[in-house]
Design a binder for this molecule. Structure first.
Ligand SMILES: [Zn+2]
Ligand SMILES: [Zn+2]
Length: 244
């Protein structure tokens, strides 16, 4: 077993609210500089920059998982994490088919698709910051069908957090875990946030700027930095667990 540091919620320049400097290449560089072993690229309702970050990570020995932060019909943010790009892109196709609207760059900002050489490939025209027509149960079902895991985002926050939006966490939702924001220490989460009960909790930076990467991260006791190992740690199985 190893102690591995993971930041599982990082936005790239594809998210309209994110800094332009958040290119796949710079995210990987910064993640290595701050000593992370594993990261996940989770842009709003899209995984179009995940491939570039994965290729750049592979070149430098940093494990990068493809993911996205999906906004449900209930206006709850939920992470969907995968271990293969093709599976993340299949999820993306499902999300795109249920994501109405077009981006307004003047109001929300640019949505830049970039490659691992820091070159701009294009701009995503969809309303990525918007809510999908997908209910939370649909999102979890599809993610699990594709072998991914779901973590409900920033559950301690009023905006787009499941507890504030729904008032509770549905028992039949089959979430793999919860994320608490950097505002709360992970060790104090269970005492501070009502209703999180026996859920496994992680923390992550939700970085929109390079300097925020790793600002909050989770230390896992696992054998290698893979999605399967994270899944075991969240389920507290085979000696895998969350340390801090
Ligand atoms: Zn969010
Ligand atoms: Zn986020």
């Amino acid at each position: 077993m190893k102690k591995l540091k993971a930041d599982l919620h990082i936005h790239s320049c594809l998210s309209p609210c994110s800094d332009w400097a958040m290119s796949p290449r710079k995210i990987v560089q910064q993640s290595m500089d701050v000593g992370l072993d594993l990261i996940a690229i989770c842009d709003h309702n899209s995984a179009e920059n995940a491939g570039a970050a994965m290729r750049e990570g592979a070149r430098h020995g940093l494990q990068v998982l493809p993911g996205m932060e999906i906004c449900s019909r209930e206006e709850v943010h939920i992470l969907a994490l995968f271990d293969r790009l093709d599976l993340a892109l299949e999820m993306q196709a499902y999300v795109y088919a249920n994501l109405p609207g077009e981006n307004n760059t003047k109001v929300f900002g640019f949505q830049v698709v970039a490659n691992e050489k820091d070159e701009v490939i294009g701009e995503n025209p969809r309303l990525l910051i918007g809510a999908t027509r997908l209910g939370l149960h649909d999102i979890v079902k599809k993610t699990h069908m594709l072998g991914g895991i779901n973590i409900s985002c920033h559950v301690d926050r009023p905006a787009y957090g499941i507890i504030n939006q729904l008032g509770f966490i549905p028992e039949d939702l089959n979430l793999d875990g919860l994320e608490v924001s950097y505002h709360i220490q992970l060790a104090e989460a269970a005492q501070t946030i009502p209703g999180i009960g026996n859920f496994s909790c992680v923390t992550a930076s939700d970085a929109h700027y390079l300097n925020d990467i790793g600002k909050a991260c989770t230390v896992f006791q696992i054998t290698e930095p893979t999605l399967d190992e994270i899944r075991l740690a969240l389920a507290r199985k085979n000696g895998r667990r969350i340390l801090v």
